[in-house]
Design a protein around this ligand. Structure first.
Ligand code: G1P
Length: 286
């Protein structure tokens, strides 16, 4: 079954990016001519998703403004003969459905995703953390296929040095990694100390979850850091149902910090049809 909805948690206040985030949410910082949020949305659309649910905060009205129709802007662009720009602006929320829901109290990732329950409904769904940008939609499409064939939830993972695992969710594999990068999972743990981690495969911001995740999310109790952790809801699923990880084999950019954002801008700029050549020239000059 093709997953139809993607949840994008975007309610954080971006304190690591102050003062840039004082007035502009970091999800709207540009990567070339697209806001980072649109890069994530395009990844979801490329994997066949048609409904984007952004979990925002009332402190970030620009996120809702970006996702809302702007008929006057479209009209003005058309009148000025800027049809390409008009088309791109008009396509937002027209070619795919956009819903904004709110999480005004920061109670953790599990709570943020739970805020999207009504908008998504009782069906499987994807979760895309916008602090991570992927080079294309292939990972999400593969995860969707694994969810369909196994009937269970799927998470994306990356293999990292053991010293780094304590900042992430970590899987406990129940078998070997298959040639297509799929690993069966029996348990997951949020931010374990490195010497207690069950593996060095970390959760990397992409999830395809079966609908029973909603019940597990609603039942969450405070976990690591006193927050309602999405990882703990998945752990309950893995204990009773098939559960798999897919090793991410795409370019991936961590935009959770200013250096990562700069790196993503340059790298993704180098694959942009018009920006790539002049950007490469400029970098060579530097
Ligand atoms: C969240 C998840 C964690 C995951 C990480 C990926 O952590 O809780 O399991 O590994 O995203 O970026 P956060 O970065 O919000 O602390």
């Amino acid at each position: 079954m093709q997953v139809r909805s993607a949840v994008i948690p975007a309610a954080g206040l971006g304190t690591r990016f102050l003062p840039a985030t004082k007035a502009v949410p970091k999800e709207l910082f540009p990567i070339g001519d697209r806001p980072a949020l649109q890069v994530v949305i395009d990844e979801a659309l490329g994997a066949g998703i048609e409904h984007i649910v952004v979990v925002s905060s009332h402190a970030k009205p620009a996120v809702e403004a970006y996702l809302s129709p702007a008929p006057e802007m479209v009209e003005a662009l058309r009148a000025a003969g800027k049809d390409d720009a008009a088309e791109r602006v008009e396509s937002i929320g027209r070619d795919w459905k956009a819903t904004v829901v709110y999480q005004d109290v920061p109670k953790g990732l599990g709570h943020a995703v739970g805020c999207a329950r009504e908008a998504v409904g009782d069906e499987p769904f994807a979760v895309l953390l916008p602090d991570e940008l992927m080079g294309d939609s292939s990972l999400l499409a593969q995860m969707n296929g694994v969810c369909t064939s196994t009937g269970g939830s799927v998470v994306a993972v990356l293999e990292v040095e053991r010293s780094k695992v304590s900042s992430y969710g970590v899987i406990d594999p129940s078998g070997e990694r298959l040639p297509d990068g799929v690993i069966p999972v029996r348990d997951l743990v949020e931010k374990p100390p490195a010497d207690e981690a069950p593996s060095n495969f970390i959760l990397t911001g992409r999830y395809v979850l079966t609908a029973d995740a909603w019940g597990e999310i609603a039942a969450l109790q405070p976990g690591r850091g006193g927050e309602l952790q999405l990882t703990d809801a998945l752990r309950a699923q893995a204990a009773r149902s098939p559960f798999h990880a897919v090793v991410a084999d795409v370019e991936r950019y961590d935009t959770g910090n200013p250096l990562g954002f700069l790196t993503a801008s340059v790298s993704l700029g180098l694959s942009h049809p018009e920006l790539a050549a002049p950007l490469r020239d400029h970098l060579s000059e530097l």
